[in-house]
Design a binder for this molecule. Structure first.
Ligand SMILES: C[C@@](CO)(OP(=O)(O)O)[C@H](O)COP(=O)(O)OP(=O)(O)OC[C@H]1O[C@@H](n2ccc(N)nc2=O)[C@H](O)[C@@H]1O
Ligand SMILES: Nc1ncnc2c1ncn2[C@@H]1O[C@H](COP(=O)(O)OP(=O)(O)O)[C@@H](O)[C@H]1O
Length: 284
């Protein structure tokens, strides 16, 4: 086998620092205004390029490998089809991000796969072309390909880079899986928040339109939020289930983490306006 082994490629998580839903499109998708910031907390992938056009995924989490439609293989196959590349890859995933938590792990894995294989196969697609391929697979993939914290509109693909303060976050990961699809189907979801200018959005109080609905449905989310709010301004990310409290200092976040009740779990990570994937790409 003609094989090249690369170094590890990060797939960082994101937070939605605010999330507004502005309406439902004819295709069922919702128009959003949201602020994405990366956090320094990542899955890691490795890619061994093969001369045969096949893929094999290995992971510490069997659940991902068992899904034949998992986002990593979808991304790899889609790039292969678009570029008519005759190479394949063995892909190794070290899964650290909680799944279905609203921190975008699956989308980020897919974005890292597109970016890394495009470099390793030397297929030379530009970022826009990679984002177009990614958007078909998941609405959150373009932000991870773009690599800069951004204000997003559309379904998350119209991006304007912004530089919110890189705060320290204590992120609680309630032990429930929230389906993005189910939340967007719920008739009680507030989906008509008026669109605002970027300037007023950045200076308003930040909120998440999905939060009340998800907290009402899932007591674990409501409890995590109630606990965090005692320590810091706190919100939910995406369609949940993760919630985050924001701190100016690393030590403040760590002190709150140390007090976390035994029935909750979480971690501390810093916001990053340049994605760890982008920094990795610049090392090539
Ligand atoms: C709303 C966000 C905010 O970041 O939620 P999280 O998934 O991160 O929690 C994302 O944009 C989600 O992106 P992603 O998780 O890639 O969603 P997709 O797989 O594309 O969509 C899953 C389903 O959610 C609904 N959906 C998703 C995005 C959107 N703007 N409107 C929708 O109505 C659609 O029914 C779609 O079939
Ligand atoms: N590589 C992957 N990592 C995580 N989830 C994946 C992956 N591939 C497919 N999925 C599916 O996508 C769903 C949402 O995953 P994830 O991106 O972690 O959630 P969220 O978008 O809420 O942050 C998972 O429940 C899982 O079924």
């Amino acid at each position: 086998m003609n094989a090249t082994i690369s170094l590890s490629w990060p797939a960082p998580a994101k937070l939605n620092l605010f999330l507004h839903i502005n309406g439902r499109r004819d295709d069922g998708y919702h128009e959003l205004q949201t602020l994405f910031q990366f956090i320094e907390y990542c899955d890691y992938l490795d890619f061994k390029v093969t001369s045969s056009p096949h893929f094999k995924l290995h992971s510490n989490i069997n659940k991902v490998v068992a899904q034949s439609d998992n986002l990593i293989l979808k991304a790899a196959k889609s790039l292969q089809a678009h570029t008519q590349c005759h190479k394949g890859a063995e892909i190794y995933l070290d899964k650290r991000l909680p799944m279905g938590g609203g921190i975008g792990g699956g989308s980020s894995d897919a974005a890292t796969t597109l970016v890394a294989l495009n470099a390793l196969w030397d297929t030379q697609l530009n970022r826009e072309e990679l984002s177009e391929i990614g958007l078909v697979i998941g609405a959150d993939i373009p932000i991870f390909i773009n690599g800069l914290s951004s204000f997003a509109e559309g379904v998350g693909e119209k991006l304007i880079p912004v530089t919110p303060i890189e705060k320290w976050y204590l992120i609680i990961t309630p032990n429930v899986h929230v389906s993005t699809f189910d939340i967007f189907q719920d008739p009680n979801l507030p989906r008509n928040t008026p669109k605002l200018s970027l300037e007023s959005l950045m200076s308003n109080i930040w909120q998440n339109d999905c939060q009340k609905l998800v907290a009402d449905r899932y007591p674990q989310v409501a409890n995590a939020l109630a606990w965090l709010l005692e320590y810091a301004p706190s919100r939910m990310t995406g369609t949940g289930a993760c919630v985050f409290g924001e701190f100016e200092q690393h030590q403040q976040a760590l002190s709150a983490l140390a007090k976390l009740p035994a029935d909750m779990s979480g971690f501390v990570a810093q916001g990053k306006n340049i994605s760890p994937l982008e920094l990795r790409l610049n090392q090539l």
